[in-house]
Every structure is written in structure tokens, then in C-alpha cells.
Design a protein around this ligand. Structure first.
Ligand code: AMP
Ligand code: MG
Length: 349
């Protein structure tokens, strides 16, 4: 991932913009910034008033905790107490990168950030601009995705402006996100680690580091919003289907007079000409990069219904299925048990 970012020098804003962003954060303002996953809406994580602005701008329920972004793993102890050895091992392997760890929070971490929980979510993002900002700022930056609550996450600076307009003081433009979907969240607060949200760091990746200390089951009933059954949703109704269901489902919606789109890697030969085809790349990480832009495009095209073909539950495909099912309002990894990591193996990876 870092390689990809390094190939995008145009993505790095002039250092003057970093100075301006730091000044705004120190003054309690909001700054939208790129990460390798999606664009974040950042505030000084120690400033309760600034953090409350994130919730106001996003229309996000205040009990939904935020991820605190750090410049590097040496800051873990400032935010988490009793950092377990497995957390350090995961940090060494996956940071900077798309892995968020849930750990017991250190004293002084504001309730505004943790939603009142005794745990805190921490991540070091892998994007040169995010890292430059974090290093220059020096502290933790609390940042959820820079979109209105429940809507599609932004993967370009233009998406952020489209979503939030003037509600955000400054948008740092770091080009399109290299991963394109939110980080994997792993809960390390119980004896066996478990995934709360699938992402680009897969179950298999985690098992490679944690071995038997990893429990491939969906998270316990602990609040993990972003894991709400409906999320990442465009205005168009998303209908997530298996490849064999496409023709029948499309016919059904066309019969009801709806404007229909199809999100799939291949255009079926028999696709009715009135259906708008939104092509997805064959490769799963490329699909992740494209997914949210495609969901936005469905709205720009004023589609009523977007029929989306679920990819196989292999590797990052697990996360893509999770996001598509939530976009369809049907729950994801811990919703209704439909996509339990236990039930759908990714052994084929
Ligand atoms: P986002 O809304 O995309 O910023 O994702 C942040 C997500 O991190 C939340 O929605 C939760 O799912 C998760 N999260 C943050 N803090 C915690 C925590 N202390 N315990 C469990 N999940 C958390
Ligand atoms: Mg979000």
C-alpha cells in the first residue's frame, strides 16, 4: 500500500497546507484528510469541543466511538493502558496500515471519543499526507469517515466536498484512496482477539500473526457502530445478489418500472438495454478502490435500484460483501449473522 502511495507524488500537498491544517486542529477546528482507506474528518482527540463538532457535522449519534489516528506505535501507551504483547506484534506487522485495534483506554481519553466505552480504537494510517499531518500535529487525531452518518464513505477530496460542503474548515487533497474501504477493526480487549469489521487486513493475515490467539467469530454484542445493519448507503436502493440471481432480480425491478443499474465485473450478454452497467475490475483490491465511487455514481445517474453482485468471500472479498450487504441495509459481519467470518471461510485465499 505504501508503494502505491509513493507512486502518487501529486497526492502530497505542499507543507504549507500541513501547517495550516495543524493550526486549525490546534484551534479546535476540523480538517478532512486522506488515508489509504477512506478520507477522514479529523479533530484534536483531546479537545472535547472539537470532537463534538465531528458529531454535529456528520449527524452522527454521540455514543458511536471514533478511531484515534496516531503517527506511530510509540504513542500507543498514551491512549491505551496495559497494551498487550499481541497489540505490539500487530502494530509491528500492519502499521502504518488499514488495521484498527480496540484496546482498554488510558486515563484521560475523553468519553467524547470512546462513546463512553472503557475501550479506545487506535490506528496508524498508511498515507504520506496523513502521516505528515499526524507528525506535525504531535497528538492523536480522532477521525471517522468524512461523510454524513450512514452514507457512503468518501475516497476522494471531491467526495468530501460533495458530502460536507463548507461544514469542514479544510480538506487536504491526497488523491484517490489506495485501499478504498474502511480499516479492519480487531478487538483485543478479551483473551481471544476478534474481528469487529472486516477490511483489507484479512482474517488470514491476522491469523498469520496471532495464531491461536485469534477467534474467527464475529464480535461480541459490544457496541460497534459502523457495524450497524444499514451503512455505507447511497440513495439508490442496493440489492446484493449472487451471480445466479442477477437476471431474475433485474427483471423484477424493471417490471416495477424502476430505473435499474448493475454493479458487476462482467456485463451479462442478455442485459436489457435500459439497465445501466457499472463495471467493476476483476481484481478484488481494485474492486475495493472502486466500490464507493460506483455507489456515488448510482446516485449521480439517478438510479432507483442498484443490483450488486457479491464477490466470493475470499480475502478482501469478505469486506466487500460486508459493505455491500450494509449498503443494502441487510447487515454485515455481525449483522444477523449473515456474514460471520466463522461461517464463510476464506481458506481459498
Ligand atoms: P467510522 O465510523 O468509519 O469512523 O468507524 C469507526 C468505527 O470504529 C466505529 O463505527 C466502531 O465500529 C469502531 N470503534 C471505534 N471505537 C470503538 C470501541 N472503543 N469499541 C468498539 N468499536 C469501536
Ligand atoms: Mg464511517
Amino acid at each position: 500500500m505504501r508503494e502505491r502511495n509513493e507512486r502518487m507524488p501529486e497526492a502530497v500537498a505542499p507543507s504549507a497546507r500541513i501547517g495550516e491544517a495543524v493550526a486549525r486542529l490546534r484551534a479546535g477546528g476540523l480538517v478532512a484528510f486522506p488515508t489509504e482507506t477512506v478520507y477522514g474528518l479529523g479533530a484534536d482527540a483531546r479537545n472535547v469541543l472539537a470532537v463534538s463538532q465531528i458529531f454535529a457535522v456528520k449527524d452522527r449519534p454521540i455514543e458511536h466511538p471514533l478511531i484515534v489516528h496516531l503517527a506511530d506505535a510509540s504513542q500507543l501507551g498514551e491512549w491505551a493502558r496495559d497494551v498487550p504483547r499481541i497489540a505490539r506484534r500487530l502494530a509491528r506487522t500492519f502499521w502504518p496500515g488499514p488495521l484498527t485495534m480496540i484496546l482498554p483506554r488510558a486515563r484521560g481519553v475523553p468519553d467524547a471519543v470512546t462513546g463512553g466505552l472503557d475501550t479506545v480504537a487506535l490506528r496508524v494510517p498508511d498515507h504520506p499526507l496523513a502521516l505528515a499531518l499526524l507528525r506535525a500535529f504531535g497528538g492523536g487525531i480522532a477521525a471517522p469517515s468524512a461523510n454524513r452518518y450512514g452514507r457512503v464513505s468518501p475516497t476522494t477530496a471531491a467526495h468530501v466536498r460533495e458530502e460536507l460542503g463548507n461544514a469542514v474548515d479544510l480538506v487536504l487533497d491526497g488523491g484517490p484512496c489506495a485501499v478504498g474501504i474502511e480499516s479492519t477493526i480487531v478487538d483485543l480487549t478479551s483473551p481471544r482477539a476478534c474481528i469487529l469489521r472486516p477490511g483489507a487486513v484479512t482474517k488470514r493475515d491476522l491469523m498469520g500473526v496471532l495464531g491461536s490467539a485469534f477467534s474467527p467469530i464475529p464480535g461480541r454484542s459490544q457496541r460497534a457502530p459502523g457495524c450497524a445493519a444499514s451503512h455505507y448507503a447511497p440513495s439508490a436502493r442496493v440489492v446484493a445478489v449472487s451471480p445466479g440471481e442477477v437476471a431474475q432480480v433485474i427483471d423484477g425491478w424493471l417490471g416495477r418500472g424502476r430505473r435499474v443499474g448493475l454493479l458487476s465485473t462482467r456485463r451479462p450478454a442478455s442485459l436489457p438495454s435500459s439497465v445501466v452497467w457499472l463495471p467493476l475490475a476483476e481484481e478484488d483490491s481494485a474492486q475495493a478502490r472502486q466500490l464507493y465511487a460506483c455507489l456515488r455514481q448510482a446516485d449521480h445517474l439517478h438510479l432507483d435500484v442498484l443490483v450488486a453482485v457479491l464477490p466470493p468471500a475470499i480475502g478482501i472479498g469478505q469486506a466487500l460483501r460486508d459493505r455491500l450487504r450494509r449498503a443494502a441495509g441487510r447487515g454485515g459481519v455481525s449483522g444477523e449473522g449473515r456474514l460471520s467470518v466463522a461461517a464463510e471461510s476464506d481458506d481459498g485465499q
